[in-house]
Design a protein around this ligand. Sequence first.
Ligand code: SAH
Length: 346
Amino acid sequence: MKSSKKDIRALSREQLRSFFKEQGEKAFRGNQVYEWLWNKGAHSFEEMTNLSKDTRVFLNHHFVINHIKVDQMQQSKDGTIKNAVKLHDDLIVESVLIPTPTRTTACVSSQVGCSLDCKFCATARLKRMRNLNADEIFDQVLAIDKESRLYHNRPLSNIVFMGMGEPLMNYPNVIKAIDKITSEDGLGMAPRRITVSTSGVPKMIKKMADDEVRFNLAVSLHSAIDEVRTRIMPFNKTFPLQDLAEALRYWYQKTKKRVTYEYVIWKGINDQQKDIDALINFCHIIPCKVNLIEYNAIDDPSFIQASETSVQAYIRQLESHHIVVNIRRSRGKDIDAACGQLANKG
Ligand code: SAH
């Protein structure tokens, strides 16, 4: 049920301290509440046993504690875990835990649905319903960290913003969540272990550069030819490759950080020599690496994973131009947890 009370988790530690001072109470009560919310994961004011009964009732009167709930957890035979996460307004997003021998990666959502309309992505079918707030993003990470400790005996090591949504269309909340993830108050994770993946919103890439962010940038490129890219990612018409290239130059100039291009190769779409040539040219704009992602079929027959020969042609030629290229085999396919498959099927 929707409530008109304020979400107490939207307040910073300082704001909580001021709130108590304004009420004629000691400011340190603000610290206590903050710790209940963020270190002890309290879901109700009744749990805050070092506060007086009156204070708890008073808080309950003014605030709600909006928190996410892992509604359904599915585990793949390869160890990948997918959470269907219910938000306070009953909308659902998905997040994924991907274990490998050396790391455990959380793949988190930034929007319910997505603002964009990539033709090959299942999330695009949902349309955008709303942005997630910073806590809803942070909570997904916390939930996965818990599962990582429980099922893999180790904390989360990396985070990618590659779940549902376009993170740069919800930039302020993504930044707030990352601040919490990296701060000592939160998870204390190093920014270099975090990657924000975008379809490429030039203006926001420049903003990230101006903000001197310390996390990594990945761009879902999929084609370095405007005509092809617009066909599969229609918003490329509004943000053509030339604008993306300019934003990337600005990014590198300011941050000195290389970018990762994500790239799926499809039969008859981008598997020709001209596609490889265009990608190699694009890779010369700034230092980069290329992740070739295996296509996870959604129900559109026009998209088919390219042949192994085409993939090898890409790899050979990229490498001969000294471009680092990795192959990303998909994980969690059996539970629809792989890239582009998040669509609240459950
Ligand atoms: N909106 C952001 C993050 C979400 S998509 C972005 O576009 O980067 C995460 C990654 O999965 C992107 O690289 C996206 O292009 C890729 N992807 C989407 N659908 C896919 C599919 N069906 N198979 C493989 N990768 C897919």
